[in-house]
Design a protein around this ligand. Structure first.
Ligand SMILES: [Zn+2]
Length: 487
């Protein structure tokens, strides 16, 4: 089949930018050994080191296996490129992107035309079809407060085999969450104490916790109650061919425990639709590759909302609503400010809140409180990337400073006749505006801390001029407000 026939294609660029170390370790064919990553497909006495390069590629000293994330995945799937790409997209939840070369088949256009001719013509139709626009149109979710109801979980379990796949997933995820709520929480409390988070914060009671020592029990319980095939398909356990077969997907976390940040169904509020897991004692390679939170969700069968974006969050009319990066940041602010509730969405990374989901907040404001680093700026304002040569590319956030720098770079490339490809990526501000939400970007001086948790920690250590987070938020931050002009 020609490439132009596919409406959506794999995002190979996103796959290539996955951290090569994580990709290697997740295959189970590599392992951390005394601080080095070693290739395991050799006799047990030989543990050859693997070299990792700045170009996000690697190579085994002994057998030369390696390359970029896609070639590692292809190697893992025994040389099958398509299987390798499929594994990456599932394991790292990489969504397909619209195919710029896509041309709808004749039938599809016919269908479209027939639909149009069904309308009463009050004025003459202009016969131009902007395929690009109809194709990419975002279908916003709309919030309807009257839809709230509890799901009958017991009944669901009784007729499990006849349920839709999405419902099966939610039952299994809800069970994982229930399990995580019934474990000892001492390691969780120690972790929160270490991060200087207020133990009385009401959201802490909604977090689950799974000590690593109990992960085996969880898998046992799940495999007794649900078909293994479903658990594999849903990305809860590894498949039988994996190097660590049929074990929990986060088998590579070997110490401490997993903090469980649930995502709830927007209306059936007792159902869990996905997770963000945060290891209390991440492995060294996870820290080095900046891997903080690990997602478990299946957005192809059900669009999971980020943690914190619940029915009560959306429906609260007396609240300031914010979005932060990751779990701990969402627990670092006072719960009330100026008589209003202060509520947070904990987004996994900077782009965890999808455009269509932001539609749920239509008519409201969202305070964007991402980290004060380049990734955070890119997440808030969007960014543009220049791709040129094989491996080099450069990224600029679309804030005032970044826009200027990007323009200088663009002129340089044009003047020097260097071939390049530029790709723009939307940030939260644009997504909010398109969805009818007012965006308020919060910024502060980096000297107070890069993220909200850093700010709070250094304040509690007495290193800051402010004495409370309320004081910090009201006097030491700037808010830039973006409202869409109504035409
Ligand atoms: Zn090797």
């Amino acid at each position: 089949m020609e490439k132009s026939k596919y409406k959506y294609i794999d995002d190979l660029e996103a796959m290539k930018s996955l951290d090569i170390t994580i990709v290697c370790l997740k295959t189970g064919l590599w392992e951390e050994h005394h601080g080095k990553i070693v290739h395991l497909e050799h006799s047990s006495e030989v543990k050859p080191k693997t070299k990792f390069f700045d170009t996000n590629t690697c190579r085994c000293h002994n057998c030369k296996v390696g390359g970029d994330p896609i070639s590692v995945a292809t190697h893992y799937k025994k040389g099958n490129f398509a299987e390798g790409v499929k594994w990456l997209s599932e394991e790292f939840r990489i969504q397909k992107i619209p195919n710029p070369e896509y041309q709808p088949r004749a039938q599809e256009e016919d269908k479209w035309k027939r639909e149009v001719s069904g309308f009463k013509k009050t004025k003459p139709l202009i016969p131009t079809i902007d395929i690009q626009r109809t194709e990419y149109k975002v279908k916003y979710q709309i919030f309807d407060p009257s839809k709230k109801r509890e799901a009958d979980i017991a009944k669901g379990k009784e007729c499990y085999s006849s349920l839709s796949y999405a419902n099966k997933m939610m039952l299994i995820f809800t069970d994982i969450y229930m399990f995580s709520m019934n474990q000892k929480r001492d390691l969780l409390n120690t972790y929160l104490e270490g991060r200087m988070i207020d133990a009385k914060h009401s959201q802490i009671s909604k977090l689950g916790f799974i000590p690593v020592s109990k992960v085996g029990d969880l898998v046992k319980e799940l495999t007794q109650n649900y078909p293994c095939d479903d658990l594999i398909e849903l990305g809860v356990i590894n498949d039988a061919e994996h190097n660590v077969p049929l074990s929990f997907k986060l088998w590579y976390v070997k110490k401490g425990g997993l903090i469980v940040y649930p995502s709830f169904h927007i209306y059936q509020t007792n159902l869990v639709t996905g997770f963000m897991f945060r290891p209390t004692q991440p492995e060294k390679w996870m820290i080095e590759s900046n891997m903080k939170e690990i997602q478990m969700s299946n957005n192809d069968i059900f669009q999971t909302l980020p943690n914190g974006c619940t029915y009560d969050f959306i429906n609260n009319n007396n609240a300031i609503k914010g979005i932060v990066e990751g779990g701990p940041d969402s627990l670092c602010c006072p719960e009330k400010i100026n008589g209003k509730d202060l509520l947070f969405i904990a987004s996994p990374g900077t782009s965890g809140f999808k455009k269509e989901q932001i539609g749920l907040l239509k008519g409201q404001s969202l305070r964007i409180m991402l980290d004060q680093d380049e990734a955070g700026q890119c997440g808030a304002y969007g960014y543009t990337t220049f791709h040129y040569k094989e491996t080099e590319n450069k990224k600029y956030p679309l804030d005032d400073k970044g826009l200027q720098e990007a323009e200088i770079h663009r002129q340089y490339l044009i003047l020097n006749k260097i071939k390049f490809h530029e790709a723009k990526h939307e940030g939260l501000v644009q997504k909010c505006l398109d969805a009818g939400v007012v965006a308020e970007v919060v910024s502060w001086d980096k000297k107070y801390g890069l993220d909200i948790n850093d700010v709070r920690k250094s304040m509690l250590k007495g290193k800051q001029p402010f004495k409370s987070m309320e004081e910090f938020l009201t006097k030491y931050t700037k808010i830039k407000r973006f409202v869409k002009e109504i035409k």
